[in-house]
Design a protein around this ligand. Structure first.
Ligand code: FES
Length: 137
């Protein structure tokens, strides 16, 4: 049997996924007043339903000083095309969230170019996240 990796079923067709941090700082109205955190998440979920990508929330991802953090994970097709998880920080206004949704709707990493303004919010993942992503095939 060859050592080739074969991807089947759900993983083969996995859509672009937004991992929205909702830990101790991200989404916290006491730490970041003036942002409609719940409304932002609702709009991302509505866009996901309309355009075929996914949204899930997670506990603290690490870079709290860059809250709110969203990781844009490539679809299976996007990963095959070279796309990698992209970390976006300071997602505290509607414009940032809308640009993330627009990018995911267009295909996300590997399949579509990110909006230029969104690039300014790209952040480096924490060291342990980089190590985890290198271990993935
Ligand atoms: S709570 Fe989001 S990075 Fe810590």
């Amino acid at each position: 049997m060859s050592a080739r990796t074969i991807t089947v079923g759900v993983a083969r067709e996995r859509p672009c996924t937004l991992v929205v941090c909702r830990g101790c700082c991200c989404g916290n109205a006491r730490k970041h007043p003036g942002t409609d955190h719940a409304g932002q998440l609702e709009r991302l979920r509505a866009a996901a339903t309309a355009h075929g990508f996914q949204v899930r929330t997670t506990d603290c991802l690490g870079p709290c000083d860059r809250a709110d953090v969203v990781v844009v994970q490539p679809s299976a097709a996007g990963r095959r095309a070279g796309g990698r998880a992209t970390w976006v920080g300071f997602v505290l206004d509607d414009a940032g969230a809308e640009e993330i949704a627009r990018w995911a709707a267009a295909g996300g990493p590997g399949l579509a170019e990110p909006p230029p303004a969104l690039r300014l919010q790209f952040i480096d993942p924490p060291r342990d996240a980089r190590a985890r992503s290198r271990r993935r095939p």
